[in-house]
Design a protein around this ligand. Structure first.
Ligand code: TXA
Ligand code: MG
Length: 312
């Protein structure tokens, strides 16, 4: 059920969350599937509903830095990044405090917790009214594409109570930086460009993927049903085409991420357009090359995962 985010609807959402139920909510990155992060049973419902492996931890969302004080061990680098990018599309992984009352299931039993303050009026209003942190992964079935509109969420979860906002303005999940070790590590490229973070912290080490530190970094992820063919200049017969920049190819089966080659616009359109082209009418989706800088790093990451064969 979709509800416009009136004060009454937000109050209803608070009641559902307090009662251990799930709520779909807009954030600036993608829509989230939220539960009270202090209730194990509510958090368990997230894993069940998404069919998500319970080894894959969730991001904890708070209204302010203060909300995380009792749960994670703060440090100087976290302070620098929080001042620069919060509220916003950045998630910090920090050591868990022994005294934390957050569900252990939410962080899959790890010694660390991933935290973020979203920059979206509806998400923030809900967090403030609830007065507790929310565990919230993207509101899609595990392995599928992230939702950037309330309608996407409803397609995957027709019974869910969803606060309806506009289209997610960033359109890509948050950038995840692990600050729990001496060397900061990029776990997932996302809505804050890596360059902007490195300008403040110096070079980050890149997570190599040899062990599943961020299990959402499984190779096959964000997958449409149709096969993808990356770095394609033109579509082949029977293929839909996801273009970027000025494009001479014409036709119905073409969506252009950004005619002017703007990566911000491309990020905002990305999941919506992939969904649009992911139609049984076509045999596959050809995707134009995207630059590997700025938000293009995260876009290429999502594309490579979407194109990878399912990992078991
Ligand atoms: O923009 C976003 O981050 C969205 C919105 C809803 O906030 N959320 C999101 O959540 O993308 P999800 O569950 O789809 O991705 C969370 C990622 C996963 O890759 C998970 O492995 C990683 O965060 N993660 C969570 N806790 C972690 C931890 N303690 N250590 C390492 N990685 C962690
Ligand atoms: Mg996700």
């Amino acid at each position: 059920m979709m509800r416009l985010p009136t004060p009454e609807a937000i109050q209803d959402a608070v009641r559902l969350l307090q009662a251990g139920e799930l709520v779909g909510l807009p954030t600036e990155t993608v829509y989230g599937l939220a539960a009270d992060a202090t209730q194990d049973l509510a958090v368990a419902k997230i894993f069940e509903k998404k069919n998500r492996p319970s080894i894959n931890p969730l991001i904890i969302h708070g209204a302010s830095q203060e909300c995380f004080r009792n749960h994670v061990m703060w440090n100087d680098k976290a302070q620098v990044l929080a001042e620069a990018f919060w509220p916003g599309p950045l998630t910090l992984v920090l050591p868990r405090k022994a005294s934390s009352s957050l569900s252990l299931l939410a962080s899959a039993g790890l010694e660390t917790i991933a935290v973020r303050i979203p920059n979206h009026p509806v998400a923030r209003a809900l967090l403030e009214k609830l007065g507790k942190p929310l565990a919230a992964p993207s509101a899609n079935r595990s392995g599928k594409m992230s939702p950037t509109s309330a309608t996407h969420v409803e397609e995957d979860f027709p019974d869910l109570f969803i606060l309806e906002g506009r289209e997610a303005p960033i359109g890509l999940e948050s950038t995840i930086v692990d600050l729990s070790n001496a060397v900061p590590t990029l776990l997932r490229p996302g809505g804050i460009p890596l360059e902007d973070i490195e300008r403040l912290l110096g070079p980050l080490s890149a997570f190599s993927g040899t062990h599943l530190k961020a299990p959402g970094m499984m190779k096959s992820h964000y997958a449409p049903c149709l096969p993808l063919r990356l770095n394609a200049e033109f579509p082949r017969e029977g293929e839909a085409f996801l273009a970027f920049g000025p494009c001479t190819v014409q036709g119905e089966a073409i969506a252009n991420l950004s005619k002017t080659g703007d990566l911000r616009e491309a990020a905002a359109n990305f999941f919506k357009m992939l969904r649009l082209l992911d139609h049984p009418l076509y045999q596959g989706i050809a995707v134009a090359p995207l630059p590997k800088c700025g938000l293009g790093l995260a876009l290429n990451d999502r594309l490579e995962r979407a194109a990878a064969p399912p990992d078991l």
